[in-house]
Design a protein around this ligand. Structure first.
Ligand code: SAH
Ligand code: SF4
Ligand code: F3S
Length: 461
């Protein structure tokens, strides 16, 4: 069998696309390999979101060129593919900067990989067509063996692209306009995943809660209605969705957090900033107050929900007072976790034209302070779990022998000591200790059968 090495950068959409490209190439006789050395095909699935993400791609390509050359000296033909959002944004420029690249394929064209690879035998090829000619309808169904290798949690893209045009963001240009997959197609994929052991699905999209797909009844279904259908699939114990935009959190979706036990009490809902002036300049189309009210409504429906967000510091024109508004919002909401980034001007976006750049040293200082607040709240959230009993879906072997690792409903990593439990079991765990990145606990024993069994605490001590 020929070998393909796939490396994905960026968001979960890229992880999903990487798996689907592996499925396509699997049909062409390629099996996946963990290292680029020895591969016949090397595929970089790239991210364009910040300048640093793009620089990483070119650094990586330099290394891959060396591998390609040394394999050529040994008589092996290696081909390099660049896929993903840098492929879309930079197209043929990639091959100008790194001539070792054989094929550039955008996120909406990768279903054509087999024919593009064929063409790339004779010449360098670029395919960055954006109109979606139903890419999803052309993808092969994942094979049971591939599903099992990937574990009991899976991402399923239900929506792609973005029509929001936040002033800083490249996604509307790299992924194209909003598109929702039809319900029947999504359900067929999820049923197939469940039949091969998947229990935890995350429905993904750049704006997943803007989902509006064609239902089997010919009507347009929203995300809440789709989740009600997913919850009926036997074997699917947990449902999550990401990433949402505050403007598209409708009443039905909020109610789904109250009504569907399978929908996990965790929501990633990026706010970006706490200052209305900056939110307006970012073209977010919501205020900080809108966001606060929205969080109140979500908490009324599901009081224990854990929240996370993305933040950008140093957007052009951000003053100290604007930044203090962000800190205040973080302290008020008390996010369970969050990502934060320094603003990176992106070619072609409206914000790249703005004057009033925030000096690098100020940006560094603000990021540092924001991250300290985020970390404070994350630790507080995790420590508040100690003594509580939570459901943990065991997903893989833990760090040490005798440990298994899984996730809490709130997306926290949990490690338990166990001799008997199997991967794939949903167990009740008493949380005994909060480490910096994981919670540690023992299985709650309704029967007391395992009394006297050493807890993780004893073993760690
Ligand atoms: N709705 C999208 C957002 C994708 S980008 C999703 O599917 O997740 C992820 C995050 O990157 C954004 O929420 C934003 O916080 C950050 N980001 C986007 N453009 C950026 C830029 N130009 N500079 C810094 N951070 C940026
Ligand atoms: Fe980018 Fe804004 Fe769209 Fe998210 S909603 S992908 S941040 S333009
Ligand atoms: Fe990056 Fe594209 Fe995702 S720019 S964050 S890989 S949509």
């Amino acid at each position: 069998m020929k070998k393909v090495h796939i490396k994905s950068f960026g968001c979960q959409m890229n992880v999903y696309d990487g798996q689907r490209m592996a499925d396509i190439l699997g049909e062409q006789g390629f099996e996946e390999t963990a290292t680029p050395e020895g591969a016949d095909l090397i595929l970089l699935n790239t991210c364009h979101i910040r300048d640093r993400a793009v620089q990483k791609v070119y650094t990586e390509l330099g290394k891959l060129r060396d591998i390609k050359n040394s394999q050529k000296a040994e008589g092996q033909d290696t081909r390099i593919i660049v896929a993903g959002c840098v492929a879309q944004a930079e197209g043929a420029e990639i091959q100008r900067r790194q001539p070792a690249v054989d094929l550039v394929v955008g996120p909406q064209a990768y279903h054509r990989l087999p024919e593009l690879l064929e063409q790339a035998r004779a010449r360098r090829v670029v395919d960055t067509d954006l109109p979606i000619d139903d890419k999803f309808g052309h993808l092969p169904a994942p094979r049971p063996q591939a599903i099992r290798q990937r574990g009991i949690s899976a991402f399923v893209t239900v929506q792609e692209g973005c029509d929001k045009f936040c002033a800083f963001c490249v996604v509307p240009y790299t992924r194209g306009a909003e598109f929702s997959r039809p319900v029947a197609q999504i359900m067929a994929e999820i049923e197939r995943l469940a039949a091969s052991g998947v229990q935890d699905v995350t429905l993904i999209g750049q704006n997943v809660n803007a989902y509006h797909g064609e239902g089997p009844d010919g009507r347009i279904w929203g995300l809440a209605r789709l989740m009600h259908r997913v919850a009926e699939v036997p074997g699917i114990a947990r449902i999550r969705y990401t990433t949402s935009h505050p403007r598209d959190m409708d009443d039905d979706l909020i109610a789904a957090h109250r009504d569907l036990p399978q929908v996990m009490p965790f929501l990633h809902l990026p706010v970006q900033a706490g200052s209305d002036r900056i939110l307006a300049a970012m073209n977010r189309k919501h205020s900080a107050e809108d966001y606060r009210r929205l969080i109140d409504r979500i908490r009324q429906a599901r009081p224990d929900i854990a929240l996370s967000s993305d933040f950008i510091v140093g957007f052009p024109g951000e003053t100290d007072a604007d930044f203090e508004d962000t800190i205040r919002l973080v302290d008020e909401i008390g996010f369970a976790s969050s990502y934060s980034f320094k603003y990176s001007p992106r070619p072609g976006t409206p914000a790249a034209e703005l004057d009033d750049a925030v000096p690098a040293a100020v940006m560094d200082e603000r990021l540092h302070r924001l991250q300290a607040r985020i970390e404070h709240h994350r630790q507080a959230f995790n420590h508040a779990m100690v003594g509580r009993t939570v459901d943990v879906l065991l997903e893989r072997a833990g760090r040490h022998p005798g440990q298994l690792a899984g996730k809490s409903p709130y997306l926290q990593a949990v490690q338990i000591e166990t001799e008997t439990n199997q991967i794939g079991e949903l167990v009740q765990v008493v949380i005994e200790r909060a480490g910096s990145n994981s919670l540690f606990g023992r299985k709650a024993e309704a029967t007391g059968a395992a009394a006297g069994k050493p807890s993780s605490e004893d073993i760690a001590a």
